[in-house]
Design a protein around this ligand. Structure first.
Ligand code: G3H
Ligand code: ZN
Length: 294
């Protein structure tokens, strides 16, 4: 199947008030595992490669991106490739050549005006090169002399009025919002601020993106989708699955030396985790959830 685009997959999900799941991949085994789960479910999926993952590969983006593109072409389901959390402009400019249809330009750590200026410039470049651009707005500081609270900080919240202004001033295609999740959580006990999500949904016309989704229970992810999230980013859950399986496999056979044994176990575990989370995200629009106690 030809490579899909993130813009198409998000628009399609949004047209039925749903979300597309976007999984962060690091190695070939992650790519294989995510696509296997998506094929088994018959659901489209976004493969995300982050700037940090590129750094892990020695700063070289092409080899892993080429593997993802090749795997996507051979997939039975639509697969899009997204470059995630990019700060480095040189990487951004390699994105289109590497097969990415979209990028998340990460300037949320900058003061508001600098975030706007950098993001607007990135949007102009992205659109001129056929890329869909997601940006992020955390809690904007500066009014009382403090710096901005990074959108990934646990207490960060996106203000709806600032978000509306940010989208107008930058022309971004989608906005990642800070509504209660935070990155790299290994427990699933974060809570979404549903009232804030509701206000953001009313204030903004662009698709909304949820980061740090590994820290949310299935019900919280479904509440977020029902509240208007259209792209759900998941990374750490895959790392937990892979590392737990690799550790158990090696512990069970301390004399093992063939990496295929533990990598196969890791890949199977990632497929299982992606299968479950994909079902959570894709059935959210139709799920009926129990009332949550405060
Ligand atoms: O952009 C990637 C996501 O925000 C992943 O966050 O690793 O906490 O699931 P997570
Ligand atoms: Zn993220």
């Amino acid at each position: 199947m030809p490579l899909s685009t993130t813009g198409e997959l998000v628009a399609e999900a949004a047209s039925s008030a749903g979300a597309v799941a976007a999984f962060n991949v690091i190695t070939l085994e992650h790519i294989e595992a995510v696509i296997a789960a998506a094929e088994a479910a018959g659901e489209p999926v976004v493969l995300q490669l982050s700037e940090n993952a590129v750094q892990f590969h020695g700063g070289r983006m092409h080899p892993t991106a080429a593997a993802a593109v090749s795997a996507a072409h051979r997939s039975d389901v639509p697969v899009a490739l997204h470059l995630d959390h990019v700060k480095n402009e040189a990487l951004l400019q390699d994105a289109a050549d590497c097969g990415f249809s979209s990028v998340m330009f990460d300037a949320a750590h900058l003061p508001y005006q600098e975030n706007v200026a950098a993001t607007r410039k990135a949007v102009r470049w992205a659109h001129a090169n056929g890329l869909w651009l997601e940006a992020e707005l955390g809690e904007v500081g500066g009014k009382d002399g403090t710096g901005p609270l990074d959108a990934h900080a646990p207490g960060a919240r996106t203000d709806p009025d600032e978000a509306r202004r940010f989208v107008e001033e930058t022309g971004v295609d989608a906005l990642a919002v800070a509504i209660g999740s935070s990155h790299a959580m290994t427990s699933r006990d974060a809570r979404i601020d549903n009232d804030l999500l509701h206000r953001l949904r009313l204030a903004l016309e662009v698709p909304l993106v949820l980061h740090g989704s590994s820290g949310l229970s299935d019900q919280e992810i479904q509440r977020a989708v029902q509240g208007g999230i259209n792209k759900v980013n998941i990374g750490t859950a895959l790392s937990i699955a892979m590392t737990t399986a690799v550790r158990a496999t090696l512990a069970a056979d301390p004399s093992a030396v063939d990496p295929r044994g533990y990598l196969a176990a890791g890949r199977r575990a990632v497929t299982g985790t992606v299968t479950a989370l994909l079902a959570t995200v894709t059935t959210a629009a139709s799920a009926s959830l129990p009332v949550r106690s405060a």
